[in-house]
Design a protein around this ligand. Structure first.
Ligand SMILES: [Fe+2]
Length: 341
């Protein structure tokens, strides 16, 4: 450590004897220390500490009002657990018991009165150097923490991007703009928000919902793009897009993938239990119940190879009509509030 850095460190001297204070100040001056404060009334230690934030405290043990032990107790409440604030105890009491107690209550080292200037300086410099190293380490850790945060954010952004592209790939054959999946994501998020989901969950479902039909990748064009009505066999094949999608997304470690898997599997479930798997009412995960409303509404109001787009008012009426049959009445109630805004 450079001497200039050492000598600009802030040192707080606490001793009720002015002669001791003068002696210590003289030693510091001699070594070109430029920043120190002295207190002879120990009751002023706490406010001075808060205002001055010293790097080192030279603390007398035997003082009126508050002795050194009481001062250390006060200071402990102000020092953060990870902070390294050296306290150098000044004492004429060199008994084993006094030393043990001082060490256990926060002191790092001792100076025995009467002072020896060389010894005083050696202890002060050692403790300041240790503090400086500690601060450097703390700073490095903060930089590392920030880097880890940044990398994690990059990783999450990459995952989200890959998932968005996967959703786009699934929709590409019947909607090459991917607008349907995006709109379903947005409507889903608005419903979740209106249902008072925490913001982090809302963001999660906004990103997971567009993947609801990812299993369509495995459905042949002849079925997916068929302009007319599907035969019962074709319809059965089409229905497998839920379980296929869930399989594709299964085993994910991240909450986003796990939610997307759940949505892929359950977005064709019906409140009355007549959906693809046959789950009913509360047994259908909430995410699936929300996405199904958003998905059906968007499908009704969009043009498809086999149908024209419904007018908004008719689509809303249909959603309302299906409350308690196809859809969770609570989700429909919230949805109607959103679309009437
Ligand atoms: Fe679907």
């Amino acid at each position: 450590m450079q001497d200039s850095l050492l000598t600009t460190s802030r040192i707080l001297i606490v001793d009720d004897q002015p002669s001791n204070v003068m002696l210590l100040e003289g030693i510091l001056q001699e070594e070109d220390f430029t920043s120190y404060r002295s207190i002879t009334d120990s009751r002023e230690v706490l406010p001075t500490f808060i205002d001055y934030l010293p790097d080192l405290i030279l603390l007398d043990l035997q003082m009126p009002y508050l002795d050194g032990f009481a001062v250390m107790k006060q200071l402990q409440a102000c020092i953060a657990p990870g902070d390294f604030l050296p306290i150098l105890v000044l004492t004429a009491d060199i008994t084993h018991e006094a030393k043990r107690r001082a060490l256990s209550e926060g002191a790092l080292d001792f100076l025995t009165k009467p002072f020896d200037a060389t010894e005083v300086l050696l202890r002060i410099k050692n403790l300041l150097q240790t503090r400086s190293l500690h601060l450097q380490l703390q700073k490095q850790n903060e930089v590392l923490d920030e880097k880890v945060r940044q990398r994690t954010a990059d990783l999450e952004a990459t995952q989200v991007e890959i998932l968005e592209r996967l959703a786009l790939a699934a929709e590409y054959r019947d909607d090459d703009t991917g607008e349907h999946t995006k709109r379903v994501g947005e409507t889903t998020a608005r419903i979740a928000e209106a249902l008072d989901w925490p913001q982090t969950e809302v963001e999660l479902i906004r990103r997971a919902a567009p993947l609801h039909d990812v299993g369509k990748i495995a459905i042949p064009d002849s079925i997916l793009l068929k302009p007319g009505k599907l035969t019962p066999e074709e319809f059965e094949r089409m229905k497998t897009h839920t379980s296929l999608g869930a399989q594709m997304l299964s085993g994910g470690e991240f909450p986003l993938l796990q939610l997307a898997e759940q949505i892929a599997l359950t977005h064709h479930e019906r409140w009355d239990g007549t959906g693809y798997i046959g789950l009913r009412e509360e047994s259908i995960p909430m995410a699936g119940r929300i996405v199904t409303v958003a998905d059906v509404f968007d499908a009704l109001t969009s043009e498809r190879p086999y149908k024209k787009a419904w007018p908004l008012s008719e689509a809303i009426e249909e959603i309302q009509r299906q409350s308690g049959h196809q859809f969770d009445p609570r989700v429909v109630e919230v949805f109607l509030k959103i679309v009437s805004k």
